[in-house]
Design a protein around this ligand. Structure first.
Ligand code: EPZ
Length: 429
């Protein structure tokens, strides 16, 4: 087991290149199942969630060829199973996309309940409702296997009671080869929804309206292989932007789509950070101490919940009091306990955090509770005075490619070391 060591207090300077989007690729890899052909996917981030998804496809019988570190060829013509066991799904929330993809291909899927980050109850009732409206019967067996099967999948209007990224994607996957027209209303609009629709359309699907709250999917009989490049990761970009601001640095964040970053950029500007946007990069420059501001997380194009822990670190050293309201998940402030250990002044009441900015954070032994909490711990360690040790970095590796190397290139004093006694720090909190 490894941990990350940071000697903080160094302003980040230089350029960083953003990798492909995790939440797009974890939908696009299962989507290749629908092609029964060879797909070449480029700009794949080298992260553990991708390795896990690849393992699942291999177990199903797919042929995977690694062309280089970020390009894969996936041959799904050889898939010979529609069952995915608990041992494969328990670490990965996105494993639920296997349900939609296998159902779309075989009209039958058996997939164990997904794992993933723990921030409260994570229901999948809307996914199930969507499958049922397409004509599938869905049951959850005693061993937490979800069984979905249909004689024939038929397009249908589907209103999602709540905006859900996962349900929108799963319905798209199941509906793309169904008979007739599916209309998803109150669909999620995140950039990765659009990326998945573009990918499916490159395979011959007929999907319109992705990126708006009404998505129309006209079922086609056959999909074919294609070559596709994943969009840059909005949240990885936002994480480096906030890290630059929090350390008092100046960083050019390359390979981004600035439009996807608008809500993050707006809040950084509000807290006094200087931002310049270019075609595919943004320059982030801290100007003095950050100012307080209020944040409410919402589905896209609102401020992303997946940036809430990171921006809260910036606000914890800002001038004044900020209020952060979590509008998506029930329990996404667990990481606050770690920041308090570093000297932050934050009180949490349910889905609300009141952050009283302090002059500086102090290095401490801390742990990553989940992926974005882990990203927040990195930023906290980078701007804190003294040494920070972060345990449970397995969460960070799920979603950030070469994170230590990228921060080191920006001048950070950061390294990965082997932990001899991992329980020591984990037990402190
Ligand atoms: C996706 O999770 C992302 N994961 C999450 O990113 C992200 O936090 C989340 O969307 C919101 O943007 C992936 O893309 C793999 P939802 P997902 O369905 O799809 C409720 C990260 O750090 N809901 O949009 O699971 C749910 O409880 C991760 O990269 C239902 O009530 O999220 C939540 O309150 C973590 N019933 C809200 O909808 C359902 O059937 C939004 O959830 C489904 C969801």
């Amino acid at each position: 087991m490894e941990k990350i060591l940071i000697n903080g207090g160094i302003p980040l300077r230089g350029e960083v290149s953003i990798s492909g989007a995790k939440n797009a690729v974890v939908a696009i890899i299962p989507a290749t199942i629908l092609a029964q052909d060879v797909c070449r996917i480029e700009n794949i981030p080298n992260i553990s969630d991708v390795s896990m998804m690849i393992r699942i496809l291999q177990q199903l019988g797919a042929g995977i060829k690694m062309i280089n570190k970020n390009t894969l060829e996936i041959d799904t013509s050889t898939i010979n199973s529609y069952t995915v066991s608990h041992s494969l799904t328990r670490h990965l929330r996105a494993s639920y996309y296997l349900l939609g993809a296998l159902l779309g291909r075989y009209s039958c899927a058996r997939v164990a309940m997904p794992g993933g980050c723990d921030f409260g109850v994570r229901p999948i009732d809307l996914h199930i409702k969507g499958f049922e409206l397409l004509g599938a019967s869905v049951s959850i067996e005693e061993n937490a296997m979800i069984d979905a099967r249909a004689d024939v999948l038929t397009g249908s209007p589907i209103y999602l009671d709540q905006v859900s990224v996962g349900a929108t994607i799963n319905v798209m996957l199941a509906a793309v080869k169904a008979k007739g027209l599916t209309v998803i209303e109150n669909a999620a609009k995140e950039p990765h929804i659009v990326d998945l629709a573009n990918f499916l359309n490159s395979m011959g699907a007929d999907i319109r309206g992705a990126g708006t709250d009404v998505i129309k999917i006209r079922g086609v009989d056959v999909l074919h292989g294609c070559t596709y490049s994943i969009i840059p990761d909005q949240i990885e970009a936002g994480t480096y932007m906030v890290a630059a601001a929090a350390t008092g640095g100046r960083v050019l964040v390359n390979n981004v789509i600035p439009k996807h970053l608008e809500s993050i950029t707006a809040k950084l500007i509000e807290s006094g950070v200087h931002i310049e946007e270019y075609d595919d990069s943004v320059l982030v420059e801290a100007v003095g101490r950050p100012k307080h501001c209020n944040i409410k997380t919402m589905p896209h194009p609102g401020f992303p919940t997946d940036m809430q822990p990171q921006i809260s670190v910036l606000l914890s050293i800002a001038d004044g009091t900020s209020i952060v309201s979590e509008g998506v998940w029930d329990n996404r402030f667990r990481y606050v306990e770690q920041l308090i250990r570093m000297g932050a002044s934050i009180s949490v009441d349910g889905k609300l955090a009141v952050i009283q900015g302090v002059e500086t954070l102090k290095g401490a032994p801390i742990k990553a509770d989940d992926l974005r909490a882990g990203a927040a711990m990195l930023i906290a360690g980078l701007c804190a005075k003294g040494t920070t040790e972060i345990e449970n970095i397995i969460h960070i590796d799920r979603g950030y490619e070469d994170v230590v190397e990228k921060f080191r290139l920006l001048g950070a004093d950061i390294s990965r070391v082997t932990v001899e006694n991992p329980s020591q720090i984990a037990n402190i909190v």
